[in-house]
Design a protein around this ligand. Structure first.
Ligand code: ATP
Length: 352
């Protein structure tokens, strides 16, 4: 019997436990032998143990190198800081502070690339039929460093950090993957007409790397114009390279082009570890009601399987999902159905 693959599982908050349970059951039904190392993190973990992100999570991901992660909540409006102390991956470091669990994990494991594919499903109703985008979001800096402060009671500021090194690393990853996948057109998004230093550096650094890939057709787009063009004619775009905040916003926009957040998966990639999580958040408005669409999390698991070379299982899960989406009888309400998360997962398992 083949050895079980060890994967860290973070169920997370809100709809996280429901959609990760669906994804795990489907991975197992596809015949992949997995030992899930379940690690609570997020608001529920904080309520249960006092720690939103404890050292056990780092130990686990450090060991497995792989995680499937549900969304973790960040309260709106209230000051919220995640403090990370020494852990197995970084035993001597001083405590570090982050604005969210997701950002803490991305930074601590140096997950420099957030890869978010967005593709039309022929059977999912949407205004567009031919969307096939690959979003490359720089994942380590920009406004996500959380360096904010009050200047006085009526004035707040946030620091936007762009470095040549992080931008080049993201751009190289994007160009390499585009080349490997035979994709040709890469658009670099920016607002360098206003943010001349930060976005200017992002644009120049990315262009310098892209120039080393003559097979790619590279152009730059101002972020606001890009958003308009994506809504007008998304089929004109292929790969998009963006800094962290623009990447986050454009990911949601692009998910909307193909039918909503329930359909958009993602991967956070580093040299030694990778964490797979959907684009959507905790969706508190539908949490605990068995109506969340599990597709984004299932497709995140498919990305994980491809990442570790389980190509056959990945392909079969995708095919089963496509069958269920096309049959339309057991879909969640966001897809126009009247089914639930569990019923949809069961239908995919049957189709497998
Ligand atoms: P967070 O603060 O965790 O980001 P949010 O509610 O602000 O949560 P999302 O969780 O991304 O942001 O949800 C935005 C909207 O999309 C909500 O109305 C939510 O119900 C819907 N949504 C998100 N994910 C799904 C899903 N998997 N299935 C169905 N609807 C979803």
């Amino acid at each position: 019997m083949s050895e079980k693959r060890h994967i860290t599982l973070i169920p997370g908050d809100g709809i996280g436990p429901e959609v990760t349970a669906a994804a795990c059951a489907i991975v197992e039904a596809a015949g992949v032998a997995v030992q899930w190392d379940v690690q609570p993190a997020g608001l529920a973990a904080q309520q249960a143990s006092g720690q939103a992100l404890g050292p056990a999570v780092f130990d686990s991901i450090g060991r497995t190198g792989l995680a499937l992660k549900g969304p973790t909540g960040t309260p709106f409006g209230t000051p919220y800081r995640i403090e990370v102390g020494p852990h197995a991956m970084n035993p001597v470091a001083q405590p570090r502070v982050y604005p969210s669990v997701a950002i803490a994990l991305r930074k601590e494991f140096d997950l420099f690339m957030n890869l978010r594919p967005v593709r039309s499903f022929p059977s999912v109703p949407s205004r567009y039929q031919d969307v096939d985008l690959l979003i490359f979001r720089e994942n380590s800096e920009d406004l996500y460093l959380g360096r904010e402060r009050m200047i006085d009671t009526d004035t707040a500021e946030a620091v936007k950090v762009i470095t040549r090194g992080a931008t080049e690393r993201a751009a190289r990853y994007a160009c390499d993957l585009m080349t490997k996948l035979g994709r040709r057109k890469l658009a670099i998004a920016h607002k360098s007409n206003v943010l001349k230093l930060t976005d200017g550096l992002f644009l120049r650094s990315a262009q310098a790397i892209a120039a080393q890939y003559p097979q790619l057709e590279v152009r730059d787009r101002v972020i606001d114009a890009l958003c308009m063009e994506l809504v007008l004619a998304p089929e004109r775009y292929d790969g998009l390279l963006l800094a962290n905040l623009y990447g986050d916003i454009v990911s949601d926009l692009c998910a909307g082009l193909v039918g909503g957040l329930g359909l958009a998966p993602g991967a956070n990639i580093g040299e030694r570890c990778a964490i797979f999580e959907a684009v959507h958040g905790t969706a508190p408005d539908i949490a605990g009601r068995d109506i969340a669409n599990p597709t984004a999390m299932i497709l995140s698991a498919v990305m994980l399987l491809r990442h570790v070379g389980e190509l056959d299982a990945a392909q079969r899960i995708e095919a089963a999902l496509t069958t269920v989406l096309a049959r339309r009888d057991r879909l969640t309400p966001d897809l126009g159905g009247s089914g639930g998360t569990r019923a949809m997962a069961a239908a995919i398992i049957e189709a497998l």
